[in-house]
Design a protein around this ligand. Structure first.
Ligand code: BG6
Length: 494
């Protein structure tokens, strides 16, 4: 990270007491400070509705950092940052409060030399996004006068194309596209940033990265957790909106994109959006063939009995919300025609992992491949929890005359001593401070993602799922296996 940049700013977090702020944002800020990336001219103003003093809030922040930060808290470092953290109690929807907030931020400019630069971070429920942006605008807190003002919007960005368009028009009207940072925290993950490097900095992979040499691509993101305490939100979202519309489609676009002309944020995002535009829509006629949805019932882990989704808090006992989805997706362009991208994501699965598996075609039936069932080459990009790259190829089994076995080269990035990968939010907050939007979703990316997802959601309205259809702790409904079996393939669990 370049410490010569001027990152002076006030970070205003709406949603001071929420989970995201405590688990992700505050530890990220502490870590940036600890690594001396944060400017000396920095202040954090956390806004919540409950009454609290700065001192009370700082005690809570300390506890959260202690619990969630990747670095253990050091008293000296904490002493350096704690007096830059402020708590302000206010009702987000009362305009007069914004006048007070603006005065307070001006005072921060004097006290901490934050130079009028501001980041407004929406870590609140989505129904507040519009109201907050509207009040900021009516108090002229979006005005760029020698200083920048940026807004960070957490997902979900709308719940379909129509609502996303509406929300976008409200935000961009006030902040303009160049100051709008739509978070997709997957883009902040180390190995996602590595996909482009792997593809475009190695002669070995890029020439093979197309339908001539690749047989299929599998992208799996599985979680062991259920909906935790987010039943209310999840009921309205489901796995399609929660994971596919954002994270999974971002992964597809990075794997599928053409090389950009340069590393400018716009050039990169131009290429990504082309992939999203080229996704073959799935409509009612082809939904059976290409999409499987699931919902978990109760099950057993090694330690405990897990309740079913319908028994979770704030979930309807007859809920038809999907907690699992598997899809077969095609990118209709020259590079990828006919190559299936299989995507799968779900809650309450056997392990937490996100992986991209690129399976190469088999060699023609000649020489060693003749009459032998050899394994195809496989490249696996491991996003989490293990970060790295795994490559499988064929070699002679030592000591045998002609036995061929698959062997693996396994590069584990975060197993190396001294590598403690930054949390996604550290990178993303740093990028907002320096005004680099590469790792944020541009509006047209969001728009085309919704177009793809909306047609599936629309088709689902005409079908009644038979839920629950997979047991907690398993790899989803059996139909997800059949989705690949029909194509004579199977999910790889590396
Ligand atoms: C969030 C979803 O965007 O991503 C959650 O809302 C999900 O439901 C989470 O659990 C997964 O993120 P990660 O980084 O743990 O894979």
């Amino acid at each position: 990270m370049d410490s010569s940049l001027d990152l002076s700013c006030a970070l205003v977090i709406f949603g001071a007491t929420g989970d995201l702020t405590h688990r992700k944002l505050l530890p990220a800020i502490y870590n940036l400070y600890q690594q001396k990336v944060l400017s000396d001219n920095f202040a954090l103003i956390a806004i919540g509705r409950r009454d609290k003093t700065n001192e009370e809030y700082r005690v809570e922040v300390y506890k959260s950092i202690k619990q969630f930060s990747r670095f253990s808290i050091e008293e000296e470092v904490w002493d350096g940052i704690k007096n830059r953290i402020y708590y302000k109690s206010m009702d987000f929807l009362q305009k007069e409060k914004y006048v007070e907030l603006n005065d307070f931020l001006t005072e921060m400019d004097r006290k901490h030399n934050t130079k009028g630069n501001r980041i407004y971070y929406m870590a609140v429920a989505p129904e507040y996004f519009e109201g907050i942006v509207d009040k900021l605008s009516s108090c002229c807190m979006n005005k760029v006068e020698k200083a920048w003002k940026r807004v960070v919007i957490e997902k979900p960005f709308g719940r379909d194309l129509q609502s996303a368009k509406y929300l976008n028009s409200k935000i961009v009207d006030v902040f303009q596209e160049e100051n709008t940072y739509r978070i997709d925290h997957y883009l902040g993950k180390e190995m996602l940033q590595n996909i482009m490097v792997l593809r475009f900095a190695n002669m070995l992979f890029e020439p093979l990265w197309n339908n001539k040499y690749i047989d299929n691509i599998q992208i799996s993101s599985s979680e062991t957790v259920g909906v935790e305490n987010r039943g209310g939100y999840y009921e309205r979202a489901g796995a399609m909106r929660d994971m596919v519309q954002s994270h999974m489609l971002q992964l597809i676009s990075l794997i599928g994109m053409e090389p950009p002309n340069d590393l400018d944020p716009e050039s990169i995002r131009n290429e990504k959006v082309k992939v999203l535009k080229a996704l073959k829509r799935i409509n009612l006629e082809d939904i059976e063939e290409n999409v499987v949805r699931g919902q978990y019932s109760s099950g057993q882990s090694d330690k405990e009995t897990i309740i079913g989704y319908r028994e979770e808090k704030r979930v309807a006992s007859s809920s038809n919300t999907e907690t699992f989805v598997a899809l077969k997706v095609y990118i209709e362009n020259f590079r990828w025609a006919r190559i299936p991208f299989y995507i799968r994501t779900g809650k309450r699965m056997p392990k937490k992992s996100t992986e991209i598996i690129i399976q190469f075609k088999s060699i023609e039936d000649i020489l060693y491949f003749k009459e032998k069932q050899l394994q195809p080459n496989m490249l696996v990009i491991r996003i989490q929890p293990r970060e790295g790259v795994f490559f499988q190829f064929n070699a002679k089994e030592p000591g045998t005359e002609q036995n061929i076995i698959p062997v693996q080269m396994d590069f584990c990035q975060n197993c190396q001593i001294g590598i403690n990968s930054p949390e996604a939010y550290e990178r993303l907050l740093y990028d907002v401070m320096r005004g680099d939007a590469t790792l944020f979703a541009r509006w047209d990316e969001v728009e085309y993602s919704w177009k793809f997802v909306d047609s599936i959601l629309e088709a689902w309205k005409n079908q009644n799922p038979t839920f629950p259809n997979y047991e907690a702790g398993t790899w989803g409904p059996k139909e997800a296996e059949l989705l690949l079996q029909k194509d004579k393939k199977r999910w790889m669990n590396i």
